[in-house]
Ligand binder design. Structure first.
Ligand code: ACO
Length: 337
């Protein structure tokens, strides 16, 4: 018997307001045709104020706890992955802890690895469980992008890509007797290359400046996310492919052995390119980008939960997860559901 981590409960929450490509085309120089053709996105969900990232996280976490049949008192640790925190500090995991009524004293950690944040957080939960530091960990990916996007022609390349949402997993220790049948995480793999940090980033505000925040930053539009779309595309296809190869190789399994691939939802074309490279049949790749767009750290738990709800993910299945994001960061994970 070996102590391993498994996902015991999964949940997600998307705000009710649907924003279509046509809605965006009414506010900036874009079109449904351009967005669908380049990204696969048809619509996204955006919050109404005063909803925050921790509010979305709370909803997803509540569903995940219910699914696991446990309560906030049963948690030993919280990881919350986000690039859109409620406040600059303290971490959003602390706000979630208070809202969810997780007992004071339980550690709460923010993970800032953007689109790879959930994979990083899952890896850390896995390590803490393997060492015996924690028995049950709440792992959340949650984002509110809509309040920070540039609603003009200048920001259209980025603005059309992002949606708001949250997903959560309750990860708990399990004694694995038979890896071929028992639900558990086989392995996780993490990477970063900070040389590309400025290819996809939010330049300001920040301590890199003489003043943390200034009118000049606002006037120049430095407070909106900036992206070199071509560099992101090329690196995402390369690194996601490497991540898939690494997770399969580490566990001596083949593409054909995998029942479902749950990839980060940056852009449908990126996932199609990865699938084509490995000859993965389309029906084995679970995508949600058409309806929820890119919710960065939340795409993978939202994907896992949606796949369960739609009968695409069932106990015993072998699932490969891979993500790529700002940093650049990338990573993967193999698990038996
Ligand atoms: N609507 C209409 N036209 C637009 C839009 C828009 N929303 N955005 C850009 N354009 C215009 C550009 O201005 C450009 O016009 P020009 O030819 O007059 O200069 C034209 O469309 C083509 O722009 P390109 O950048 O050449 O378009 P490309 O085919 O490269 O597609 C895209 C852009 C979709 C961003 C592509 O580079 C891509 O898929 N990159 C990956 C980025 C990504 O997926 N990011 C997700 C977030 S990061 C992550 O999650 C990892």
């Amino acid at each position: 018997m070996t102590t391993r981590a498994r996902i015991a409960g999964i949940g997600s929450h998307l705000p009710p307001k649907v924003v279509t490509n046509h809605d965006l085309a009414a506010q900036m120089d874009t079109s449904d045709e351009w967005i669908v053709q380049r990204t696969g996105i048809k619509q996204r969900r955006w919050v109404d104020h005063p909803t925050t990232t921790s509010d979305l996280a709370l909803e997803a976490a509540t569903i995940a706890l219910e699914d696991a049949g446990v309560g906030p008192d049963d948690l030993d640790m919280i990881f919350l992955a986000t690039l859109s925190p409620d406040h600059e500090f303290p971490g959003t995991a602390c706000f979630l802890q208070a809202k969810l009524d997780v007992p004071p004293g339980v550690p709460a950690v923010d993970v800032r690895q953007q689109c790879t944040g959930f994979v990083y957080a899952m890896s850390m939960a896995d390590q803490f469980i393997r060492t015996g530091f924690a028995g049950r960990v709440l792992v959340v990916g949650a984002e509110v992008h809509s309040k920070g996007l540039q609603m003009s022609d200048e920001g259209r390349d980025v603005t059309v890509l992002f949606g708001d949402g949250a997903g959560a997993a309750v990860v708990e220790a399990i004694e694995v007797a038979d890896p071929a049948t028992d639900s558990h995480v086989f392995s996780t793999h993490l990477h970063a290359d900070g040389r590309h940090a400025e290819e996809l980033w939010l330049p300001a505000p920040g301590m890199a400046f003489e003043d943390f925040m200034s009118h000049g930053q606002v006037d120049r539009g430095d407070i909106y996310p900036k992206m070199n779309g071509r560099a992101v595309y090329v690196n995402a296809v390369k690194r996601m492919g490497e991540a898939v190869e690494e997770t399969l190789g580490a566990n001596d399994v083949a593409i054909e052995d995998i029942d479902l691939f749950v990839f980060h939802q940056a852009n449908l074309r990126i996932n199609e390119a990865v699938a084509e490279r490995f000859g993965i049949p389309g029906e084995k790749v679970f995508n949600t980008i058409d309806r929820f767009a890119n919710t960065t750290a939340a795409t993978i738990p939202i994907g896992l939960h949606t796949a369960v709800q739609e009968g695409r993910l069932e106990p015993g299945m072998l699932v490969a997860v891979a993500a790529f994001g700002s940093g650049f960061t990338w990573g993967s994970m193999l698990l038996r559901w």
